[in-house]
Design a protein around this ligand. Structure first.
Ligand code: SF4
Ligand SMILES: [Zn+2]
Length: 409
């Protein structure tokens, strides 16, 4: 594990800069993280900032269409080190009725795309959960995307292009309402809107929302009771690494996570768990080891799904850590190995988040095949033989990495 260092100076473009060490206390960390943020995007509170449909494997083994609506709402109150979701949030709470209106808009647009037989209709430069819109566009120019991969924090492709997935004309049977924070934060999603939200998602078999463990409670049950379908709550476990988790500034312990998971289970609410593959401060081998342990922990907590998210830079803080040698994104091989481990357990479903996957690849010769393989594994939940690539073997041996005999590259 990387040692958290001291301040140091470095020279760039003929000028000296001080690289401030990542602080040790929560308040200082908040300030350090905020100070490195790029600009927030301007958003319309009456529109979701994105929506899409994708295919996902269900608990029963079916592959179904799932709609995801990325709700526009007030920023989450936490300041996690790796988080960039705040970029597509507001500084103020949305007015009563705005969230139901956003859902109406998304369902209408997704329905129109489906009726038109489109796999994708992107109306603006793309933006994402992780990456800002190119050119800082607002959600007035809206991205509507239909994709076919099985990842759980899906995002539109960038640049306004059409999707590269298969046409997915089936009516979605499940819906995710992701709000870049906690659905049960009353300053994000007004509780008075729960009945109107529930009415809009009445026809869906499963409704997934996301929430920090400390906000899971009575309001979760109030919302559950309004739904016709199964409620699922997605919580970010991130990592079970005992030193890295506190440094992520999520202000959550494993005990708190586990208690919230127990509460959900006791009340018939399903659990989806987000796990970071290679959070800051870990090298590649440690990252794989701790991703595996985090998957184990998620399933021990009763998760129905463990979703592996490769840690992406883009929020300013991770770039600052990268300059200090305390963060680098995972290699594709690490994500592949983490997924292989989770799927191999055959406990519950494990998905790899495949958006922007090329960022994690250093070989364009095998990348497409490797991505397609991961898409298939997401949907089948069956491991497949690794993609063989002579060039990767040569690259790895030149760099002194394992030659890939174990993972076939
Ligand atoms: S709790 Fe979630 S949304 Fe909030 S800052 Fe942390 S990662 Fe981001
Ligand atoms: Zn290769």
């Amino acid at each position: 594990m990387a040692q958290v260092g001291q301040n140091f100076t470095f020279r760039r473009d003929g000028r000296d800069f001080v690289s401030a060490a990542y602080p040790n206390t929560a308040g200082e960390r908040d300030r350090w993280i905020r100070a490195r943020r790029p600009a927030r995007h301007g958003l319309d509170p009456l529109r979701p900032f994105a929506c899409l449909t994708e295919q996902e494997r269900t608990d029963s083994g079916e592959v179904v269409s799932v709609a995801t609506v990325f709700l526009t709402n007030r920023e989450c109150p936490w300041r996690c080190l790796m988080c960039d979701l705040w970029q597509n949030t507001l500084t103020k709470s949305v007015p009563a009725g705005a969230i139901p209106k956003q859902i109406d808009w998304a369902l209408k647009e997704l329905g129109a795309a489906r009726d038109a037989g489109c796999a994708s209709a992107v109306r603006s430069p793309g933006f994402s959960r992780s990456v800002p819109p190119k050119g800082g566009t607002t959600n007035e120019g809206f991205a509507l995307v239909v994709r076919s991969s099985g990842f759980s924090r899906p995002v539109p492709p960038e640049g306004g292009t059409t999707n590269r997935g298969t046409t997915n004309a089936a009516r979605p049977r499940q819906i995710k309402l992701y709000n870049s924070g906690s659905f049960f934060d009353p300053r994000a999603i007004p509780p008075g809107d729960y009945p109107a939200i529930a009415a809009r998602v009445h026809g869906f078999e499963r409704v997934t929302v996301e929430c920090h463990p400390s906000l899971v409670g009575e309001s979760t049950l109030r919302f559950r009771d309004l739904l016709a379908g199964q409620l699922e709550v997605a919580m970010g476990l991130e990592t079970v690494h005992p030193q890295v988790l506190p440094r992520l500034n999520k202000r959550m312990t494993l005990e708190q996570f586990s208690r919230a998971a127990d509460f959900l289970r006791e009340h018939g609410v399903a659990l989806r768990v987000f796990i970071l593959v290679k959070p800051p401060f870990l090298d590649e081998a440690e990252a794989l080891e701790w991703a595996k342990r985090s998957v184990d922990f998620a399933f021990d907590c009763g998760a129905a799904v463990a979703s592996l998210i490769p840690t992406r830079s883009g929020n300013g803080a991770l770039e600052a850590l990268a300059e200090r040698g305390e963060f680098s994104p995972p290699r594709l091989a690490t994500l592949e190995a983490a997924l292989a481990y989770g799927v191999g357990l055959q406990r519950k479903r494990v998905f790899a988040d495949l958006w922007d996957l090329e960022k994690f690849s250093d070989c364009d010769r095998c990348f497409s095949k490797r991505k397609e393989r991961l898409e298939r594994i997401n949907l089948s939940q069956m491991n497949e033989a690794p993609v063989q690539c002579r060039r990767c073997v040569d690259l790895n041996s030149a760099r002194g990495r394992p030659t890939g005999r174990k993972d076939g590259r």
